[in-house]
Design a binder for this molecule. Structure first.
Ligand code: PNS
Length: 165
């Protein structure tokens, strides 16, 4: 297991500019980065996993993110099983607020106990500190313009009303 390989996991429902900021910065910190769309058993999804994967791939391809970045999906079990399979010793998460700290801390502790995988938290760029997928879902569902909050590929997709959840 390598501390030079990291996983950025999330629901990405849909991917936001905040996600892209974390991915860009994590790609600069690790030799290989796996951006992983994971089913969150505690959330009702708007988009199917395959759609989120496709939007993430397009968003990263159209961005200035470089380096060894793998985009994948995981619905087969524990997140740490994926990390172990690819030899990743680190999970990277974005932390926007104390609410995120409270939400992420138990998961980080459980993941370390399950598989000795550490979690590294990145603080947000202030420009993205208040952006969340749940707000984007709400604005989009009510017909609002989400383009200030999401990568262009996601804005195009949501604008065309192609949502199939
Ligand atoms: O973007 P999210 O919804 O905050 O991401 C949460 C996610 C998907 C990373 C988390 O729910 C998760 O790790 N799910 C996989 C199941 C798992 O491994 N659970 C045990 C450790 S918390």
């Amino acid at each position: 297991m390598s501390n030079r390989i990291a996983v950025v996991p999330g629901s990405f429902d849909p991917p936001t500019l905040g996600h892209l900021d974390v991915i860009r910065r994590a790609a600069g910190l690790y030799d290989q980065l796996h951006v992983l769309v994971v089913h969150n058993p505690g959330k009702e999804a708007m988009l199917p996993i395959a759609q989120r994967l496709s939007l993430l791939e397009q968003s990263i391809a159209e961005s200035d993110i470089d380096g060894d970045v793998v985009v994948a999906a995981w619905s087969m079990g524990l997140l740490v099983d994926y990390a172990t399979d690819v030899g990743a010793g680190v999970l990277v998460k974005g932390i926007r607020s104390q609410v995120d700290v409270a939400y992420e801390t138990p998961m980080a502790i459980v993941n370390r106990h399950l598989a000795h995988v550490e979690t590294v938290f990145l603080l947000p760029d202030p420009a993205h500190a208040l952006v969340s997928s749940s707000l984007v879902r709400q604005v989009a569902s009510l017909g609002g313009d989400v383009s200030p909050f999401v990568p262009p590929a996601v804005a195009r997709f949501l604008d065309t009303g192609n949502r199939s959840a």
